[in-house]
Write a protein that binds this ligand. Sequence first.
Ligand SMILES: *Cc1c(COP(=O)(O)O)cnc(C)c1O
Length: 396
Amino acid sequence: MPKAAMHRPVDPTTLSARARPGPLDETDHLAGGRLTVDLAALAANWRSLAARAAPAETAGVVKGDGYGMGLEAATGTLADAGCRTFFTATIAEALRAKAVVPEAAVYVLNGFPPGAAGLVADADLRPVLGSLEEVEDWAGLGRSRGRAFPSALHVDTGMNRLGLARDVAVAVAGRADLRPHLGLSLLMSHLACADTPEHPLNARQLAAFSAARALFPGVPASLANSAATLALPDTHFDLVRPGIAVYGGQAVVGRANPMRPVATLEGRIIKIREADAGDSVGYGAAETLGRRSRLAVVGIGYADGFPRAAGSSDTTGGASGWIAGHRVRLVGRVSMDLLVYDVTDVPPDLARRGDWIELFGTHVPVDDVAARAGTIGYEILTQLGRRFDRDTVGRA
Ligand SMILES: *Cc1c(COP(=O)(O)O)cnc(C)c1O
């Protein structure tokens, strides 16, 4: 990862966006932490999912700012790897993706608000139609312009969020004033429990989706997210839509994660200090030391998106970090700008002021930190802050 040091003037205004030449750049001194986004790992993860899914096509899901990794970087990297179909949540995200890959099909999962159908069509975006109102708006646009614009139809199979209920889908399939004007390029649904492959809802949703397909013959079909791409091959159909697995996160509960980590967050050690057995550490005196300890104080906190709930106390263990071959545990609460790790068992010359502790990434799965915080890796990645340095590496 480290490349040769390069000297150039520091411009703090561009700190979060710029691609940094290497860890010895003097801008290192400005932030308390750094996020390294490994785009080579991102591309490798997508290729490995595409190989599992073939002959089905593999799309790229880049919503949530590319799961926190940067929408443009993720979109460009996936396009270079061979991805031709993208999904975003919002129209704004879709416009950003389209600017990177003008030739690609870009679907908007959350559809469009009243009055926005023309804007979506003019931008060559494909809405995922998830309600009868959206279906009617999109068909109306097609009728008024004398041609149908591509779209996906979302049928609900058990999530009860977006998507047409079964009886509405039946009605739409039979309505000559709607069906020919929709430009359906995809029929899709979304699984509620794919992360738990043996959950009975998966089989029920698969059956409901197969029934919906019969209503729209000839329209390519898509059901699988990351977990289903990995663990439910019956759900692959014509197109799979993996998100979290592409970004290195855990998709299937209770199984080894076959993906490469993409995001590594490190915090710099501000100081090393000692404290006695019986001393408490941090706010609320939440944790009391059981031994004389050497502590590393790190300049990252919940203001950087590190979850406060991952802290440690006398009754609950917190997250672990990693430095120089050693797993080190968090001590006490997560502060706004600081974390404290117990480095008593790390040789003193390997954990000094100015050194970096990995908070998650290559050695500590983000999902381990998430589990300690009672959440999922998706939330940590998409909530990452803007205060630390971002270093994007591995772009082909
Ligand atoms: C977010 C999303 C995906 C990707 O889900 P992962 O669990 O991240 O793989 C696929 N399809 C839809 C409809 C989504 O909203």
